[in-house]
Unconditional design. Structure first.
Ligand code: FRU
Length: 476
């Protein structure tokens, strides 16, 4: 179908389902969502001429995956977002089964999008093309077609180009599967953004160290003097508290040798320890901050069980977070601009919790930010969130846990990580999401939650003794 027809069809679907979508109590207040249908990866995240652009993988016609569009949001401040016209539709031979994930880069006067053209034939055989689209106004994009075809040595699971510039050379990193079915990050270089030369796999899964059969959405950037490779590997088995989601998302920190195209790196760490987090993308903004946004979802992980499906939409993106390297790991903190959303501050200093669960007057709600400083702790601390989720810190074992009622079967399920000490929590709650920043972003837990409407209760407790200070803000 032609671009204009697809745009019209998608816009009609938005109109048609508007009331159904908007009548959902689980619609979020400050997270980016699809107007209808399914959202997955954040794409093309960039600040261009002062404005933040954040595109997203969008399936307008159903709450499942398929031939993706690029939806488009813009913002002056990462808080107030405008939903713009559709940026890309799967309208051409080289992207007819989806304008898959990719990134943005700006040149003097153009905004350029690099994305994967996904093509499938009648038998389901896949082809992949790395494509370019350009814009002079940041709103209307002109497709230029494929700039890179599948090199030898890889299967057609080869996608999600992330492009950057270093020392006057352009680089592109692509998520790839080698013909022996291992995940890799493949590096390319170019002087003109049109002709790309393969340098090699900078990192990948090996026989000795299984890191999965496919790596999606790689992102490579310099941060605090190190090189960071962020990627979403598929095919890693759970190991105790690690890798409990269906697919993983994490990073290597190290040094990239551009000559040999090798990343020497340390261990793989998960970027987020919650239930729903995948395919994040970063950008370097005009203030020099490395900001990350993730998809609050995981492919194939009970996607068909989210209750929002009854209202014809599914999934959302995370809040934007600033990244830093601290002690060999990435730490994440919400961008400071989000403080603009704060209102109705209520705070309590030195609340003693002795073998009890306590509610604090005015510390309740559905859409809020909580700051909890742990002043004193012996043994155990917990929080109950809207009778649906529970945060538990077991100090004796050094384990931090997020529990929730599963939206798939109602049973309690959990995600945990090792944590030597608990100093502080910063929690962002929205109508159907939670993002927990532990110890100033040392660990982050992101999840969708579906509590009963009107259940506003938040409680703090300890099975032994704890003293905490709590501040709550309602978020508009
Ligand atoms: C990750 C992903 C990407 C792909 C896109 C398709 O969630 O599978 O690899 O480009 O989603 O929507």
């Amino acid at each position: 179908m032609k671009h204009n027809e697809l745009v019209q069809k998608a816009n009609e679907e938005v109109q048609k389902q508007h009331n159904t979508v908007m009548s959902d109590d689980y619609r979020l207040h400050y997270h980016l969502m699809p107007p209808v249908g399914l959202i997955n990866d954040p794409n093309g995240f960039i600040q261009w001429k002062g404005t933040y652009h954040l595109f997203y993988q969008w399936m307008p016609f159903k709450t499942g995956h398929g031939a993706k569009f690029w939806g488009h949001y813009t913002s002056p401040d990462l808080v107030n977002w405008t939903h713009e016209q559709i940026a890309l539709t799967p309208s051409d031979w080289y992207d007819k089964n989806g304008c898959y994930s990719g990134s943005a880069i700006s040149t003097k006067d153009e905004l350029m999008l690099f994305y994967t053209g996904n093509v499938k034939d009648a038998e389901g055989n896949r082809e992949t093309y790395q494509c370019l689209a350009t814009s002079k106004d940041g709103l209307n994009f002109e497709k230029k077609g494929p700039v890179l075809e599948l090199p030898e040595g890889y299967t057609a699971h080869f996608r999600d180009p992330k492009v950057w510039k270093k020392d006057d050379v352009y680089y592109m990193i692509i998520g790839a599967q080698s013909v022996d079915i291992k995940g890799h990050a493949a590096l390319f270089q170019s002087s003109d953004l049109l002709n790309w030369e393969l340098l090699g796999n900078i990192a990948g899964s090996t026989d000795e160290n299984n890191m999965g059969y496919m790596w999606e959405c790689p992102d490579l950037f310099e941060l605090d003097g190190q090189d960071v490779l962020l990627f979403s590997p598929q095919g890693i088995d759970a190991q105790g508290m690690l890798y409990n989601n269906v697919y993983q998302c994490g990073y290597y920190i190290g040094k990239l040798d551009y000559e040999s195209a090798k990343l020497s790196h340390g261990e793989f760490y998960e970027l987020d320890r919650g239930f729903e987090f995948y395919a994040p993308q970063t950008t370097l903004d005009e203030n020099g901050r490395r900001i990350v946004v993730g998809w609050m979802g995981v492919p194939d992980q009970n996607e068909d069980k989210h209750p929002t499906i009854a209202h014809k939409w599914i999934h959302c993106l995370t809040i934007p977070r600033v990244l830093h390297v601290r002690d060999g790991k990435l730490i994440q903190t919400p961008v400071v601009e989000l403080e603009q959303m704060r209102g109705n501050e209520v705070s309590f200093g030195n609340v003693a919790l002795v073998n009890e669960l306590k509610e604090l007057e005015g510390v309740s709600g559905e859409v809020l930010e909580l700051k909890v400083e742990v002043e004193k702790l012996s043994g155990h601390f917990e929080m109950l969130i809207r009778d649906h989720a529970r945060i538990v810190y077991n100090q004796t074992e050094g384990i931090f846990t997020l529990e929730r009622h599963s939206f798939a079967d109602g049973k309690t399920e959990s995600r945990s990580c090792k944590l030597n000490e608990l100093h502080s929590l910063r929690i962002y709650l929205d109508t159907s999401s939670i993002e927990i920043f532990v110890n100033d972003g040392e660990e982050v837990f992101t999840a969708r939650i579906y509590p009963y409407k009107n259940c506003r209760k938040i409680a703090f407790g300890s099975k032994n003794e704890a003293v905490v200070s709590v501040t709550k803000w309602d978020l508009r």
